[in-house]
Design a protein. Sequence first.
Length: 81
Amino acid sequence: MNLKQIFGLALLAIGVVLFIFSSHSFRELKEGKTQPDEKFYIGSVETAITEYHRQVTWLMVGGVILSLVGIGITVLYRRKR
């Protein structure tokens, strides 16, 4: 395994962790277990929840993109025997 493949696998692992964390956060938000701290948001609770939902959504999108890039790098730079 060369260094580029290891980098690709590291990106894949980070992407998977981000995806798992964001899906867990979505589940907790849906069940009402997670409430964003109101003192850090200006406005209503609905605005705070919407902002939190947006952040978690981008975290999930980033995890998927990192995973796909990691798979691509790993496959693209594999050694041919």
